[in-house]
Design a protein around this ligand. Structure first.
Ligand code: NAD
Length: 249
């Protein structure tokens, strides 16, 4: 097991990529604090699957864009498990529109969840990690934060911000043996895609770029995050690792 007896907080983990990451970290031996805006019956089934691995699992309802909610969520994890070893900042949204039609609310909400959410959770988890000179922070960005995407200026800016934040944190925290990395997914089959009216169109366009000729699955991300969260990646920090089947080479 790569993560025996570690404690992980995963944001945006009631479904999709965050859910797959949480399950994989639990399979590798970590106790899990699930954080999400909403939990439903399906997420309860999923929390039960985590418990079936033999690891402990708590669910904390929280809006990652709130500084105070994030503080409370981190405190709950510490109260329940005694510490935090791994933080995965995964919660993210998109509210698309071309820049000349984008509302202030669209811009602010995407930046608040995707970028400020990473700051909020890191800000409260770092003192715990710094104290014991151990920690792994993994931020989920996107290939569109590297290359920019038409109609997603808010999303692309937020994800590019996550990359800058990751690199700055890596420089600040290396002295405390805290690794900070980002993972950049390409197109992954989650509700973000399956609930889109343009699903077929999006897949067809992406397939022209994806050299592996398959749409990624949430577990493809989870395997990379589990590696980065482990001591096998102890000399990796400040990196942005694409998990995109070669969609953006
Ligand atoms: N699916 C893709 O193709 C893809 C590609 C690149 C990057 N990503 C990134 O991967 C991450 C996960 O995406 P996904 O596809 O699993 O999305 P998803 O919509 O399936 O899941 C996102 C989760 O985040 C939660 N969430 C949203 N806003 C929140 C908030 N303010 N506070 C707490 N939780 C909140 C949602 O409730 C949901 O459970 C996101 O950061 C996304 O930008 C996804």
């Amino acid at each position: 097991m790569l993560l025996k007896n570690k404690v992980a907080i995963v944001t945006g983990s009631s479904q999709g990529i965050g859910a797959a990451i949480s399950l994989e970290l639990a399979k590798e031996g970590a106790d899990i604090c699930l954080v999400d805006l909403k939990f439903n019956d399906k997420s309860q089934e999923f929390a039960d699957r985590i418990s079936e691995t033999g690891r402990k699992c708590i669910s904390v309802k929280c809006d990652v864009s709130s500084f105070n909610d994030a503080e409370t969520a981190v405190a709950k994890a510490v109260e329940e498990f005694g510490t935090v070893d791994i933080l995965v900042n995964n919660a993210g949204i998109s509210l698309d529109g071309v820049s000349w039609k984008m509302s202030e609310e669209q811009w602010d909400r995407v930046l608040s969840v995707n970028l400020k959410g990473c700051f909020n959770f890191s800000r409260h988890a770092i003192p715990v990690m710094k104290e014991k000179k151990y920690g792994k922070i993994i931020n989920i960005t996107s290939i569109n934060g590297i290359r920019g995407k038409f109609g997603q200026s808010n999303y692309s800016a937020s994800k590019a911000g996550v990359i800058g934040y990751t690199k700055a944190l890596a420089k600040e925290l290396g002295a405390f043996s805290i690794n900070v990395n980002a993972v950049a997914p390409g197109l992954i089959e989650t509700s973000m895609l399956s609930e889109s009216e343009d699903r077929e169109k999006i897949i067809n366009m992406a397939m022209n770029e994806i050299v592996m000729k398959r749409v990624g699955l949430p577990e493809d991300l989870a395997y990379m995050v589990a590696f980065l969260a482990s001591e096998k990646a102890r000399h990796v920090t400040g990196e942005v690792i694409k998990v995109d089947g070669g969609q953006y080479i």
